[in-house]
Design a protein. Structure first.
Ligand code: HEM
Ligand SMILES: [Cu+2]
Ligand SMILES: [Cu+2]
Lengths: 333, 539
């Protein structure tokens, strides 16, 4: 009954508090269940006509089990407040207006910026059903994972594009909702490694697919990765690969809505089953939208522009993923 | 027993047959109908719970598609809370036993009582039929905006869900008024404040909570209906937290609305099967009332991570933890009642002990997750699912079964089979713990609630498999219960007082006549039936 190994100071504070209170609770548990089991064994009815002493109460005992738990509760409350204060002092659990505020509240925003010196700020957008990470400069955007330099102070500036989400990364410290129309923040500084978490506020059909991954690399490797990404963002993508496309499809939100016979994709939101998608004359039954690679590319990049009001969301796919998906989808006959 | 004679009113000449049920204003028939309704919804929502467990038994399963899964857990939660637990404990046990225990011939407003039942049933049927026919909400039982707005939940199912809940809410509010007036005005002569039975105290507190809390939920639901259909803007994206406040202002007290009556039942059963009076009865009453009051001061503990001021967080962390004190007082008083008693482990007592043993776990995990920093880890994880099932299943459901095994002999006049009852208890106890204990660990390992599936390799496989096996053991235990119910038809008669009870319902025949008491009893202590038994003993 233990939390996952913490990798940040905040997560360590949380776990230390939990561990302490957990063992206290175990003590109370053993006491109560022990008394219960003892009574059941010791005071079982032996004769049908026995009438035990009719005790109505005992002032002293009752005072004891009112006061002792009260003191215990007060101590635990004190411990929790102490943990909160220490987290606040670190700037992570900063003042609320700073921690979560309406977009455009400049005063709160300044307080956030003053809260703690940071080495890198990454913008996070939670949307149905991906996490999108925008790096400084704006060229590099990732969705599958958040790659960060290890042992650096990172701040995530988070908001949601549609409904409420939460970026829950249990090993990294406290969680906070990511609300539409508001900013919320997470600070962390982690050793090299890979961490997994996922969206923690129910956000619809593919909520379960909203996985979040963090990969922390030593600074030099991170710089190399970042340079690669920046370069990739400007060069043309390579031709689509159906195998990669299939892989992407089966491990993303697509499966929550789409049905492809004999695969993991068992979603029933989309009206037409994709098992023989390549044989359909049009895409999404839109008149004139012939089913070919070019139109499919446009559809995947922005379904709303081709069929306003459609239930198929814009998933902000990367150019390469679109190519792979197109290649895969056109093999479905 | 001393008694006074008041002529039996004309209503006592009851109709029989189907019309006798449809047109009845008898609190006992209404109570039974509440119980049958609630139990049916328990079965329905329980089957949905099994579907959830089948889907999650292993990673990457496609037994339910994600959309259906989401609809299923939404209806499971809604059904269990609004259509099973609350109508069962308040409408069912409350209606049947509150008047009997205070020596009254009915509730204060019998027609209003019938209306409460029918409108509650109406709300339940609307939701359940829409679910079966395919108009389902998938917004979870807490239906947070903006997800539940028209934009993200355009379906008719969402509107029907809201309307169904408004109807059941009206039913419970009216029922609460009725109970309060009944206890205030219709107690038998001699039933002074401190002679009111524990179950009745619990119902009075519960009714007061229902009266204060439910209208807030009803208002929120109406506002959401208006937002969705008439373009009002109560809960715009920037106002999302208003919904959370209003919803939890009802739904935290709702936990006590579900658990206080059950605590009342347990406070009746433990003394009877220990042959001792309830230890520190006054303290138990005061704790009940305190829990009722404090229950209204804690709702923000559901919002520790949605962005509220840390000062406010500290306040609500404090109030939440404070509730542990009166709750602890009750637990220790129950233990002290058993201590030195003459304990008879009949099925009602086993179920009550099961309640006590399991509820403690839910209470302790509740205090742990009330700590803001801990909450920022476990919020919305399976830890929370484990916690509230320990309170609502380990607590409420075990307590409800304790009440059924205790009182069905009074209601139907027949005794349950003890061996089947014990088998039911053992299976349910094992199944329950197998299902819900591993969920604590899953939550700590990072598994969020409300996910339709999960990937392999995160260490969640074993816990989920065990939970699913446990769920089927629970289902098996319920089958044993049904066999027991069916066998009731040919079971031995119960007589007036099979358990040596303490309260007034045990002084009249089983099942009680329509007018309950031929002569209105005069009460001389907090244990009138005990007094009568003692007087009958040869000196
Ligand atoms: C029959 C045995 C039961 C089983 C196997 C079961 C199983 C579950 C599971 C696995 C979940 C989590 C679903 C998810 O988050 O994806 C859940 C949710 C829930 N359960 Fe149960 N449960 C049972 C009985 C009960 C009872 C007796 C109650 C209340 C009296 C209850 C109330 C709830 C509520 C309120 C939720 C939350 C639904 C939501 O997230 O919207 N359950 N149940
Ligand atoms: Cu999400
Ligand atoms: Cu609560």
């Amino acid at each position: 009954m233990s939390m996952l190994p913490p990798v940040t100071e905040d997560a360590r504070l949380i776990k230390a508090l939990y561990d302490l209170v957990f063992w206290l609770a175990v003590g109370v548990f053993v006491l109560v269940e022990g008394l219960l089991i003892y009574s059941v064994i010791r005071f079982r009815r032996r004769r049908a006509d026995e009438l035990p002493l009719q005790v109505h109460g005992n002032r002293t005992l009752e005072l004891i089990w009112t006061i002792v738990p009260s003191v215990l509760i007060a101590i635990v409350f004190g411990l929790a407040v102490d943990t909160m204060t220490r987290m606040t002092a670190r700037g992570t659990l900063a003042n609320p207006v700073a921690h979560v505020h309406a977009i455009g509240d400049q005063q709160a925003r300044r307080r956030v910026e003053a809260a703690q010196p940071v080495d890198m700020v990454i913008e996070v957008i939670g949307r149905q059903w991906v996490w999108q990470y925008r790096y400084p400069g704006g060229d590099v955007i990732t969705t599958e994972e958040l790659v960060v330099p290890a042992n650096k102070n990172i701040r995530l500036d988070m908001t949601a594009a549609d409904v409420i989400h939460a970026w829950w990364m249990p090993q990294l410290g406290p969680m906070i909702y990511v609300n539409p129309g508001e900013m919320s923040y997470v600070w962390f500084n982690v050793p090299p490694g890979e961490y997994v978490g996922q969206c923690n506020v129910y956000c619809g059909v593919a909520h379960a697919n909203m996985i979040a991954r963090v990969r922390a690399l030593p600074q030099a490797e991170f710089d190399e990765w970042f340079a690669q990404q920046s370069a990739a963002a400007s060069v043309a993508v390579e031709p689509g690969d159906p195998e990669r496309g299939r892989n992407y499809f089966m491990n993303s939100a697509c499966v929550a809505c789409h049905y492809i016979e004999g695969t993991k994709a068992q979603g029933k939101v989309a009206p037409r089953d994709l098992t023989r998608f390549a044989t359909y004359p049009t895409i999404a039954q839109v008149d004139g939208l012939e089913n070919n690679a070019e139109n499919l590319r446009r559809w995947l990049k922005d379904p709303q522009s081709l069929k306003p009001g459609t239930a198929m969301p814009n998933l902000n796919l990367k150019a390469q993923d679109v190519e792979d998906l197109v290649a895969y989808l056109l093999t479905l006959r | 027993m001393a008694s006074i004679s008041i002529p039996v009113p004309w209503r006592a000449r009851a109709k029989s047959g189907l019309l006798g049920w449809l047109a009845t204003v008898d609190h006992k028939k209404i109570g039974l109908m509440y119980m049958v309704m609630a139990f049916s919804f328990f079965i329905g929502s329980g089957i949905l719970g099994l579907l959830i467990r089948v889907q999650l038994a292993a990673p990457n399963q496609t037994f339910l598609d994600p959309q259906t899964y989401n609809q299923v857990f939404t209806m499971h939660g809604t059904g269990m809370i609004f259509l099973f637990t609350i109508p069962m404990v308040v409408g069912g046990f409350g209606n049947y036993f509150l008047p009997l225990m205070i020596g009254a011939r009915d509730v204060a407003f019998p027609r209003l009582n019938a209306f409460s039942f029918w409108i509650t049933l109406g709300g339940g049927l609307v939701m359940a039929m829409a679910f079966v026919l395919g108009a389902r909400s998938d917004a979870s039982w807490i239906a947070y905006v903006p997800y539940s707005n028209k934009q993200y939940s355009p379906t008719l199912g969402m509107d029907i869900w809201l309307i169904g809940l408004i109807l059941t809410g009206v039913g419970s509010t009216l029922g609460a008024v009725n109970f309060l007036v009944t206890v205030y005005t219709m107690r038998a002569p001699g039933m002074t404040t401190w002679r009111i039975p524990m179950f009745v105290w619990a119902m009075v507190t519960t009714a007061a909570m229902v009266l204060l809390a439910t209208p807030v939920l009803t208002a929120a639901l109406l506002m959401l209906v208006a937002d969705r259909n008439f373009s009002t803007q109560f809960f715009t994206a920037n106002n999302a937290r208003l919904w959370q406040h209003m919803f939890w202002f009802y739904s935290h007290p709702a936990v006590y609305i579900m658990i206080l009556p059950v605590m009342g039942i347990v406070s009746e059963i433990l003394p009877v099967f220990s042959r001792k009076p309830l230890f520190g009865a006054k303290a138990v009453v005061i704790s009940t009332i305190l829990i009722g009051i404090l229950g209204f001061t804690t709702w923000v503990h559901h919002m520790f991570v949605s962005g509220v001021d840390p000062v406010i967080e500290r306040f609500f962390m404090f109030t939440t933890m404070v509730i542990a004190v009166p709750t602890g007082v009750k637990v220790f008083n129950w233990l002290a009642t058993m201590w030195g008693g003459s304990i008879d482990l009949k099925t009602p007592m086993l179920m009550a002990i099961g309640f006590l043993a399991m509820f403690v776990i839910g209470g302790l995990s509740g205090v742990i997750q009330a700590l803001v920093p801990v909450n920022q880890y476990v919020h919305n994880s399976y830890w929370v699912v484990a916690h509230f099932h320990y309170v609502l299943f380990g607590g409420a459901v075990f307590g409800i079964f304790a009440g059924l095994y205790y009182w069905v002999p009074k209601m139907l006049g027949r005794m349950f089979d003890e061996r089947l009852g014990k088998l039911h208890f053992v299976l349910m106890f094992i199944g329950f713990n197998l299902t819900f204990f591993p969920m604590h660990i899953l939550g700590l390992m990072g598994m969020p609630r409300r996910i339709a599936t999960y990937m392999a390799g995160r260490g969640w496989e074993t816990g989920n498999l065990i939970a699913t096996i446990g769920a089927f053991i629970i289902a098996l235990s319920l089958l044993v219960f049904f066999v027991n119910v069916i066998k009731l038809r040919h079971a031995p008669k119960a007589g007036n007082d099979p358990w040596e009870g303490n309260t007034l319902e045990w002084t009249i025949p089983s099942p009680p006549p329509e007018y309950n008491f031929r002569h209105i009893p005069v009460v001389e202590s907090d244990r009138p039936a005990y007094d009568e038994r003692m007087r009958a003993l040869p000196h």
